[in-house]
Design a protein around this ligand. Structure first.
Ligand code: NAD
Length: 411
């Protein structure tokens, strides 16, 4: 199933619960603006390459549009459009004053030199610089883009519009970025897991956690939950997977990944296990934090964890979601579970606009407060309406955007 179909199903469920009119549904599902641009780039060897770039600005009823920029060979308009809408619902669930957008370039960044990547980024900004900005649409890193790419974006945007660090987030800490952004998504996944376990009346110390993916999200989640006295019993990445019933040593895992180019392969502190085995492991919480579409109708029945927290975007497809719901498995959905990253991006934007720096403790405190409040709202709604946490999260997000649309007026 395509991601766009999944999002449409979740949106429709929430819209039914909210009793939204057909006209409002059509408005909310339609992007404000979709741009496709040509990006000519002179390569290091002197030849000319032409890339295609996209930016979809889905909705700005609640504020400037916000969303990542993806460099990946499979980027296309349909994917970007779906991800842009997801950002609208995500920023609304956590109640930060943004709408949603997404962008990307169809390119394999691994095949470009650093200079080529910089030229590509600057030419892309040349093509869209009058379409984004601090009060309009604020890009951020996503698959294949890094803080360095964000620095080039800020710099090139400044060549047209003057110094404006708030035109993009996820910048290097030494170049108008903030400390705490890097860990924010994983910290949010971890802190929401703790809240969910507490709400479900499950014991926290010693809770057995399995995490798929040990990149930015997976590794920070593991660190947070270990500090919260949980047991990280399994982790995996694209290169390997490991299991230890008494709990893996997260410090050793982090050190191993750091000294092996981010990869887990070669780690010696646990028994090998495959990704399929990890997803079916007997544990208390399963956290898919790598790829989308890993839990499907094909393997949903094998999942033994009673709780799933979606660190990645769309790791559970709608068919699997229904099977898991029937089996009584609680799923904390991506639009809430991994919203810590965009929330910290908002903090970066706020500090850039104030030319002020908060410090790490304040970033963490504000993050925990905002995610905690969002979780409580979603939890209460799920209980009172007897719907899943996913439907409740979409109801909160879609409902807020619909109300802002009405309050702002359409005529
Ligand atoms: P990352 O590139 O830092 O890490 C990805 C991890 O997934 C790596 O450990 C990689 O080895 C692993 N992986 C790749 N293919 C795999 C496979 N077939 N099986 C098992 N593991 C595999 O990416 P990230 O930033 O940690 O993002 C992970 C997910 O979280 C993505 O879905 C992303 O869209 C989502 N997300 C990230 C953020 C953020 O702030 N980084 C925010 C919201 C959502």
């Amino acid at each position: 199933m395509r991601a766009s179909d999944a999002t449409a199903i979740y949106f429709a469920r929430a819209a039914d619960q909210l009793d939204l009119s057909a006209d409002m549904r059509r408005l909310l599902l339609t992007a404000r603006r979709e741009v496709q641009v040509q990006i000519p780039v002179e390569m290091d060897g002197g030849e000319l390459a032409t890339f295609i770039g996209y930016r979809v600005q889905h909705n700005n009823a609640r504020g400037p549009m916000k969303g990542g920029l993806r460099y990946h060979p499979q980027v296309d308009l349909d994917e970007v459009r779906t991800l842009a809408a997801l950002m609208t619902w995500k920023t609304a669930v956590v109640n930060i004053p943004y709408g949603g957008a997404k962008g990307g370039v169809s390119v394999d960044p691994a095949k470009l030199s650093l200079r080529e990547l910089e030229r590509l980024t600057r030419r892309f900004v040349d093509a869209i610089h009058d379409l984004f900005g601090p009060d309009v649409d604020i890009p951020a890193p996503d698959l294949g883009t890094t803080p360095e790419v964000m620095a080039w974006i800020m710099n090139q945007y400044g060549n047209y519009h003057g110094f404006a660090p708030a035109c993009v987030t996820g910048k290097p800490v030494e170049y108008h970025g903030i400390s705490g952004r890097d860990e924010a998504t994983g910290r949010g996944v971890g802190s929401l897991t703790v809240k969910l376990l507490s709400r479900l009346g499950r014991r926290l110390p010693g809770a057995r956690i399995a995490i798929q993916g040990f990149g930015n999200v997976g590794s920070h989640t593991a660190r947070f939950l270990k500090d919260a006295e949980c047991r990280i019993v399994a982790v995996s990445d694209a290169t390997a997977g490991f299991h230890r019933a008494e709990g893996l040593d997260v410090g050793d895992l982090l050190r191993h990944a750091q000294s092996h180019g981010g990869r887990l392969a070669g780690f010696t502190g646990g028994d090998a296990l495959s990704n399929a085995e990890l997803l079916a492991l007997d544990c208390d919480v399963l956290i898919p934090a790598a790829l989308g579409g890993v839990i499907t109708a094909g393997n949903a029945a094998t999942v033994r964890a009673p709780v799933i927290v979606e660190g990645a975007n769309a790791p559970v497809d709608p068919e699997a979601d229904a099977i898991l719901a029937d089996r009584g498995v609680t799923v904390l959905p991506d639009i809430l579970a991994n919203a810590g990253g965009v929330t910290a991006s908002w903090f970066e934007w706020v500090q850039n606009r104030q030319h002020y720096q908060w410090g790490l403790n304040r970033v963490r405190q504000e993050l925990d407060r905002i995610l905690g409040e969002a979780f409580e709202q979603v939890w209460q709604l799920a209980m009172s309406r007897q719907v899943t946490l996913r439907t409740a999260a979409y109801m909160v997000g879609v409902g807020r955007v619909a109300r802002a649309t009405v309050l702002g007026g359409i005529a």
